[in-house]
Design a protein around this ligand. Structure first.
Ligand code: SAM
Length: 219
């Protein structure tokens, strides 16, 4: 099937480009053992986040949607010694598992988990120094609200990435609807004519199927 071909392609490329990583493997197995859903980014996409954050020399990162902290680890590893990452999570349980995984990854001092509804947490943030990089990956119906706050919180030239904006092509399928797809469409409609950012969609295909990142730069 196509899904098997995509997963095999991911494994093939990763076998040349990634090294064995006990910390990331442990984060996933601990998350599964605690009953968290297996909806973290793929390894290839986690590494892409890491490389993008490294490319702009990100020192301050905001993440919306922590789950077990898998993408958090990829992102926090891009930070310099004095860098910091704030990650927002609704579920106490997910936050607890993420904290374990971040402690195991030796990232305790760089990462702060804020528990609560992400939109409210974002409204409370008034950082002296804006963020360099923001990754949005929580409930999809909140995408436009998160994106609007992210534009306020990111520096000029900073990057905002939103996960799962293609959804196996369903976002573009007029016959299809659900709250996740509607959340992405609402974001895209909000972005049409938005002169605060320049954005494009990067289609991603691999062991998580056919999806995409929205990649935006704050002007
Ligand atoms: N970024 C994670 C990764 O790749 O490892 C995956 C995040 S998962 C797709 C989405 C997370 O958003 C879940 O842990 C869920 O509990 C959380 N979430 C859902 N609604 C939320 C809300 N209103 N505020 C904050 N977090 C929320």
């Amino acid at each position: 099937t196509m899904a098997e071909d995509w997963a095999r392609s991911d494994r093939y490329h990763n076998s040349f480009l990634h090294t064995e990583d006990e910390i990331l493997d442990a984060a996933l197995s601990n998350s599964t053992a605690n009953g968290l859903p297996e909806i973290a980014v793929s390894a290839a996409q986690g590494k892409l986040l890491n490389l993008l954050a490294s490319s702009i020399g990100a020192k301050r990162i905001l993440e919306v949607g922590t789950l077990g902290g898998y993408s958090t680890i990829w992102l926090a590893r891009a930070l310099p010694a004095d860098g910091e990452l704030i990650t927002l999570e609704l579920s106490e349980k997910h936050a607890k598992v993420a904290q374990e995984n971040l402690d195991h990854a030796n990232l305790t001092n760089k990462v702060k988990i804020v528990v609560g509804p992400a939109h409210e947490s974002m409204l409370q943030l008034h950082p002296e120094t804006p963020f360099d990089f923001i990754f949005i990956d929580a409930d999809k119906k909140g995408n436009l609200d998160y994106f609007t706050e992210a534009k306020r919180l990111v520096r000029k030239g900073g990057v905002i990435i939103v996960d799962n904006v293609v959804r196996h092509g369903r976002v573009a399928d007029p016959e299809y609807t659900d709250t996740n797809v509607e959340g992405v469409r609402r974001l895209l409609k909000g972005l049409k004519g938005d002169t605060d950012v320049d954005a494009t969609t990067i289609g991603t295909v691999g062991d998580k199927g056919y999806d995409g990142y929205l990649y935006a730069i704050r002007k």
